[in-house]
Design a binder for this molecule. Structure first.
Ligand code: FAD
Ligand code: NAI
Length: 469
């Protein structure tokens, strides 16, 4: 056993694990992190949030140059795609982010082990290195932050060549003629958009009757309309039952979600994006008796502790939204609680953003959730067609919708479709965190002309007094 005694060993260096490690080190703990990848940053920085956003931004610029700049009186000719150049941009963005985490580890004197971490017993983490050698690391506390991986679809085997997960879809070397995306959720729409902008014919197959089925219903419907106009096709209430690769083509068998006649759908590339599942295999959890829930997520209490004292878990591997910033919040609060401080996360104030064009952003409750909970609410909505800045940007698709408690006027939820929705939602997240009312926002001066004026107008609309509508 190594003679070094740590206060905390974190398994997994994604946004949950690396942030927990930094915060714990800031609080004076001796911290080590075990990560099986060669680079730090986890799914998010290596193959998730960061590379997908680099490709979304780059493909948006290509599409703008090719189709949209003319409307602003900017003549562009000979626009061509340089896919290797675009991938180089993505790789450089990833590299600068993951090396940034390296720097932060050194700055905070965090010990790093590269290898597969497993829990031998409470207080001992075994690191298995690439050459097969092992090292036991002694620690007072263990944090499981091993994240998630792709949920498989029976009958559709991912080979990362023709049938890919998001890992393959961010690294294709040619633009597919026909891309079929299985799953109309966040990954399906973001990566479907990237390849559609670059020239692929994209069909999204979604099991439910609408895309983004967990978002506010009005948002889902409008996004499906907007993305349909952009050229994406949707087959909702449909399921894929099998996929067979024949040479260069994948033949998918699809049928109505409720069952029915089978049809064939052909694709050059298939992206499987039906969700992610917690990653708990190889950790030795059964041997030490760490309990999992019915969806194989690590069960924790309010202090992130599992049923085994001294073993904790955060991020995608536990219940809740599979989002980088949710994992980060948990990392900070976990470390503070471990240091004897009090910490709290308001899960109702965690935003969700889909980085399509336009963006979709949400925080708090949807109308469907409020109805199901029997909460009386008022809705105020304002469209970007009536916003001067949006008009000047040719970005009039979408709206801001604010849901406020019918009696107290307290903001319960907010939903935006629009350019920069992901930036704008923060005002409403802050409002929920501070327990603000729609009136508070309505009375706050918003600079003119900005897109955020639509937030103020939606807040005014909660009481039927929007000015520009
Ligand atoms: P992870 O980031 O998955 O990190 C876990 C780490 O643990 C990994 O590096 C893994 O190698 C390591 N590990 C696992 N087991 C072991 C072991 N036994 N030993 C050692 N190391 C181990 N979220 C957003 O908020 N915004 C976005 O824009 C966004 N975009 C995404 C795009 C894509 C394509 C994908 C796939 C995901 C995206 N997400 C996004 C989700 C986000 O990536 C996750 O919510 C986030 O990474 C979860 O953080 P985590 O620390 O829990 O786990
Ligand atoms: P998701 O849960 O967002 O979407 C999966 C979709 O697939 C759902 O609409 C679901 O109804 C559908 N589906 C499930 N089974 C199906 C089947 N058999 N046939 C057809 N459709 C089926 O999951 P996704 O897109 O894979 O993303 C995984 C996670 O990563 C999400 O939880 C998300 O939070 C996170 N992520 C976040 C991003 C962001 O914040 N911008 C970007 C990408 C991923």
């Amino acid at each position: 056993m190594a003679d070094t005694q740590f206060d905390l060993v974190v398994i997994g260096a994604g946004p949950g694990g690396y942030v927990a490690a930094i915060r714990a080190a800031q609080l004076g703990m001796r911290v080590a992190v075990v990560e099986k990848r060669k680079t730090l940053g986890g799914t998010c920085l290596n193959v998730g949030c960061i590379p997908s956003k680099a490709l979304l931004v780059a493909s948006e610029k290509f599409s703008e140059a090719k189709h949209h700049l003319g409307a602003f009186g900017v003549k562009v000719s000979g626009v061509e795609l340089d896919l290797p150049g675009m991938m180089k941009h993505k790789d450089e963005v990833v590299k600068s982010n993951v090396t940034g985490v390296d720097f932060l580890f050194k700055k905070n004197k965090i010990t790093r082990f590269t290898g597969l971490g497993s829990i031998k017993a409470a207080g001992i983490v075994t690191v298995t290195k690439d050459d097969g050698s092992t090292e036991d690391v002694a620690t007072k506390n263990i944090l499981i932050a091993t994240g998630s991986d792709v949920a498989p679809l029976p009958g559709v085997t991912i080979d990362e060549k023709r049938i890919v997960s998001s890992d393959g879809a961010i690294a294709l070397d040619t633009v597919p003629g026909r891309l079929v995306v299985i799953g109309g959720g966040v990954i399906g729409l973001e990566l479907g958009s990237v390849w559609q902008r670059l020239g692929a014919q994209v069909t999204v197959v979604e099991f439910f009757d609408r895309i983004l089925p967990t978002m506010d219903g009005e948002v889902s419907k409008q996004m499906q309309r907007i993305m349909g106009k952009q050229g994406l096709s949707f087959k909702t209430s449909t399921k894929v039952t099998s996929a067979v690769t024949e040479g260069e083509v994948v033949k998918l068998t699809i049928e109505a979600a409720a069952g029915g006649n089978a049809e064939t759908l052909e694709a050059d590339i298939v992206l499987v994006a039906i969700g992610r599942r917690p990653f708990t295999s190889g950790l030795g959890l059964e041997a030490v008796g760490v309990a999992l829930d019915e969806r194989r997520r690590v069960k924790i209490d309010h202090h992130f502790q599992t049923n085994v004292p001294g073993i904790y878990a955060i991020g995608d591997v536990v219940a809740g939204a599979m989002l980088a910033h949710k994992a980060e919040e948990e990392g900070v609060v976990f470390a503070e609680i471990l240091a004897g401080q009090t910490g709290h996360i308001n899960y109702d104030a965690i935003p969700g953003v889909v980085y399509t064009w336009p963006e979709v952003a949400s925080v708090g409750k949807t109308e469907e959730q409020l109805k199901a909970e029997g909460v009386a609410y008022k809705a105020g909505k304002f469209p970007f067609t009536a916003n001067g800045r949006a008009r000047s940007m040719n970005a009039t698709d979408g709206f801001v919708k604010i849901l406020a408690d019918a009696k107290t006027d307290r903001i319960l939820g907010a939903h935006i479709i629009g350019a920069s929705a992901g930036e704008m939602i923060e005002e409403l997240g802050l409002a929920i965190e501070f327990g603000a009312s729609a009136e508070d926002i309505a009375r706050t001066s918003h600079a003119h002309p900005t897109l955020t004026e639509a937030i103020k107008e939606a807040a005014l609309a909660v009481d039927g007094r929007a000015i520009h509508m």
